[in-house]
Ligand binder design. Sequence first.
Ligand SMILES: [Zn+2]
Ligand SMILES: [Zn+2]
Length: 138
Amino acid sequence: MSDLLGRLRGRGWRMTAQRRVVAEVLDGEHVHLTADEVLARAADRLPEISRATVYNTLGELVSLGEVVEVATDGRAKRYDPNAHQPHQHLVCSGCGAIRDVHPGGDPLSDLPVSERFGFAVSEADVTYRGLCPECAKA
Ligand SMILES: [Zn+2]
Ligand SMILES: [Zn+2]
């Protein structure tokens, strides 16, 4: 569980009804929604919510470091509340579903020194691709 709401409360984040709905929509496991999906789900709960509020709130959560932007393969940017636990992504090439995964090794230390070209390497993003069970069946 990402417990986004709990983390935001802990930081004393100003929680209006609209901002709370955005945080609630993003809270949970394996949540990687586009801004438009966040807007649609937020509007289901709070029909008067505006696009500007949703987008501004997303931007604020990203700058707080409580939500990370995930870019996959030229598809729309997605918002991931699992911001504090290092993980990689498993992406379905059919429907775009994304799961948080934790490879056995550390992708950062897996890169040999001879392949680092003198860089001080600080981060590694690994994307695993394939078909999810539903797409594999179809
Ligand atoms: Zn799929
Ligand atoms: Zn993720």
